[in-house]
Design a protein around this ligand. Structure first.
Ligand SMILES: Nc1ncnc2c1ncn2[C@@H]1O[C@H](COP(=O)(O)OP(=O)(O)OP(=O)(O)O)[C@@H](O)[C@H]1O
Ligand SMILES: [Mg+2]
Length: 234
């Protein structure tokens, strides 16, 4: 496999909430294409990391280099405009609006919009639900809508915080298949509680423990590492 240049390089990242520090000298990288999985038990700092990457949380110190530019001081909108997509762990959709309205609004809010029908081709289930309010969607359909909205911004790097949380197992596979397809075109950073799934779909894996990287390697290396269970045990 040829080395693609990194779209994301994070060095010595320290971040947290007020005086409570959560991330400690954290270092990760992501290639221009492919899927990076971030694993770690509850409270390890996975969501905090994605927030810091997306610009929703100011960092205390460290470097974030995204698509060839130092991005640590860039506001969220600038990162989004430059191609960083973010699907937060909490629902990023408007429950009272229909699926179509959610997508239309997403297209307006994103500077570099893809076409809504491209998103519907990507998640055909959504095209059957266009007139339905988002609040009435199943867990899986909601996640598809949230991912679909992020795709409208034509991201080069997509940050996904637990896109299979609360999703029925059959639909989890469907979402995972789509993410694998996507990872052939762009860079994905996937935070995932389903460890088996993450190890199956990711190229590279970081295991976080107490706000820093405890283990890193290819999915095959991490799967065989006896320390994995220790870092994931509650
Ligand atoms: N807004 C906040 N203010 C203060 N502390 C916070 C805030 N959000 C998270 N934390 C703390 O930061 C730590 C890391 O939380 P974070 O949400 O990043 O973990 P996580 O790895 O995403 O966990 P989970 O798997 O449960 O989603 C936790 O100790 C949490 O209590
Ligand atoms: Mg989280």
């Amino acid at each position: 496999m040829s080395e693609s240049p990194n779209i994301l390089e994070v060095r010595k990242l320290n971040a947290g909430y007020g005086r409570s520090q959560v991330l400690f000298d954290l270092e990760i990288r992501a290639a221009a294409k492919g899927m990076v999985a971030i694993l770690g038990r509850n409270g390890a700092g996975k969501t905090t990391l994605l927030k810091a990457l997306a610009g929703e949380l100011p960092v205390m110190s460290g470097d974030i280099r995204f698509d060839g530019r130092d991005t640590v001081a860039e506001p969220t909108e600038m990162r989004a405009r430059r191609g960083m997509g973010y699907v937060p762990q909490e629902q990023a959709i408007f429950g009272k609006l229909t699926v179509r309205e959610n997508l239309e609004l997403g297209a307006i809010l994103q500077g570099r919009s893809a076409r809504i029908d491209e998103v519907l081709d990507f998640f055909p289930k959504l095209s059957l639900r266009l007139a339905q309010t988002a609040a009435t969607l199943s867990g899986g359909e909601r996640k598809m809508l949230a991912i679909g909205r992020a795709l409208l911004g034509k991201p080069k790097l997509l940050l996904l915080d637990e896109p299979t949380e609360g999703v029925w197992v059959g639909v989890i596979e469907e979402i995972a298949d789509r993410l694998v397809l996507l990872s052939r075109e762009i860079s994905l950073i996937l935070v995932e509680q389903h460890v088996e799934l993450a190890l199956r779909v990711a190229d590279h894996v970081y295991v976080m423990d107490r706000g820093t990287v405890a283990l890193e390697g290819t999915a095959a290396q991490i799967r065989d590492d006896p320390r994995l269970l220790r870092y994931l045990a509650p």
